[in-house]
Design a protein around this ligand. Structure first.
Ligand SMILES: *Cc1c(COP(=O)(O)O)cnc(C)c1O
Length: 436
């Protein structure tokens, strides 16, 4: 082990054991980057065992929107814990699940009336893909079992989900022969604040003309392509794609796992185009970032189609489906959203980030700065050294985790103007001090 990869040990959290035995996301067991030991998280602060308090710029990957250690979500979980933490969902039901389904039907675009509760975003995508295939079977289409999707997309890490992720980013080459072959079209290039270029829809149109009879559904991330490149695109593309799908019997699956619950400035990104997708996936911020829970919603039409296929049922049922604790957390988080403050918070965050992050555009190392809702992206000309830059961020009191060329923040909705100012200033300061 060379010095660069040597990890500090602290008395409490056994970092040596962590390094030797514990996988972290997308890491090597041979030469893992250092991880920072956290002992506490409260509001927008993450506290390290080594004493630093960091302002969270990541919302723990889009999920913690109301702050860590949120009193009302804490209360809801504690109350649920004293009643029951879990019961199987086969043949049983409970108030937290029913309340959650009511809220989701109520909040999501009109027409999404049927709710499947899943354990993670990736699983909710698997469920959506199954729904689409079973729907087409129910309609008598045995060959409609492929998916069409956009390049630069990200939909999760399980096999079905991975098969609709960008083939390069998710390294499809590693799993040759194991991945179903889907259809990838160029992602739109018109940005939200530009004039829409209708030729953005051509690749999709052409592919569907050619292979439409084999396609069950189009799956995409509405308006913001997240982990596949943090790209923003025009709402008219989304509206146009929906119309093309409708005209050719192809379902539209909107993966709102990252964009859902206010992040883009609308409660759901589909609202930018005023569409109701046939199927919608939700996750990440669903529980306010407290625990894993996801949902796949569909329209009555889709549900009827599924029930008409030979199986007669939707073939999925996770052990921890509808976990009451997770539902209770989600209900409390959604209740906070329903108060409506998120809109003003996200609008303020967008305004401040537009002003402050624009300053990064002056740096030689920066390719482009873009902001949409509570998402701020600084695209660098070259990939950053994550280990090095992470160290500098921590030293400066902020938690930001870039990938590749993308340095981005998606603050919690509750962040104050002062805290956000600090986050943006330190972020740009660190970038300006980077070598190369
Ligand atoms: C994170 C994410 C997923 C996967 O969710 P997990 O909970 O990590 O399985 C799927 N789609 C999108 C758009 C995501 O951002």
């Amino acid at each position: 082990m060379n010095d660069k990869n040597a990890h500090p040990t602290t008395n409490g959290i056994d970092l040596e054991f962590d390094r030797d035995h514990l996988w972290h996301p997308y890491t090597s067991m041979k030469a893992p980057l250092p991880v920072y030991p956290v002992v506490n998280a409260d509001g927008v602060y993450i506290e390290l065992e080594t004493g630093e308090r960091l302002i969270d710029g990541m919302s723990s990957w889009w999920s913690v929107i109301h702050g860590y250690n949120n009193p009302s979500i804490n209360d809801a979980i504690q109350q649920q814990l004293s009643q029951m933490s879990h019961v199987m969902f086969g043949g049983l039901t409970h108030r937290p699940a029913v309340e959650l389904a009511k809220k989701l039907v109520d909040m999501t675009p009109k027409g999404l009336d049927k709710v499947f509760l899943a354990d993670s975003g990736s699983v909710s995508v698997e469920v959506a893909l199954k729904m689409a295939i079973q729907y087409q079977l129910g309609k008598g289409y045995k060959n409609r079992n492929k998916f069409i999707t956009l390049k630069h997309g990200y939909h999760g890490d399980t096999f079905g989900a991975m098969a609709v992720c960008d083939p390069k980013n998710s390294m499809h080459s590693l799993y040759d022969g194991m991945l179903p072959q889907n259809i990838f079209v160029d992602a739109p290039t018109s940005k939200p604040d530009q004039q829409f270029d209708p030729s953005d829809l051509e690749p999709l149109k052409q592919a569907i003309e050619l292979q439409g009879s084999e396609i069950a559904a189009l799956i995409l991330e509405p308006i913001v392509q997240g982990a596949g490149g943090m790209r923003f695109y025009h709402s008219e593309f989304l509206a146009g794609a929906k119309a093309i799908c409708d005209a050719s019997g192809i379902l539209l699956i909107a993966d709102e796992i990252a964009t859902g619950f206010g992040r883009t400035g609308k409660l759901f990104a589909c609202e930018h185009a005023n569409i109701t997708p046939d199927i919608m996936c939700l996750g990440k911020a669903l529980t306010g970032g407290y625990m894993t829970l996801a949902a796949t919603l569909c329209t009555d039409k889709v549900a009827q189609g599924i029930s008409d296929c030979d199986a007669g049922v939707l073939m999925h049922g996770p052990t921890f489906m509808g976990n009451p604790l997770a539902c209770a957390a989600a209900n409390a988080s959604l209740a906070l959203l329903q108060k409506g403050e998120w809109l003003q918070q996200v609008t303020q965050i967008e305004k401040l980030m537009k002003r402050e992050l624009a300053k990064a555009a002056d740096l030689n190392s920066v390719q482009e700065v873009r902001v949409l809702g509570a998402i701020g992206v600084i695209e660098m000309k070259k990939a950053v050294d994550v280990g090095e830059i992470q160290k500098a961020f921590v030293k400066n009191g902020i938690w930001v985790r870039p990938f590749g060329k993308l340095v981005y923040i998606m603050p919690q909705y509750i962040i104050t103007e002062e805290q956000l100012q600090f986050l943006c200033t330190k972020l740009i300061q660190v970038l300006s001090e980077q070598k190369g």
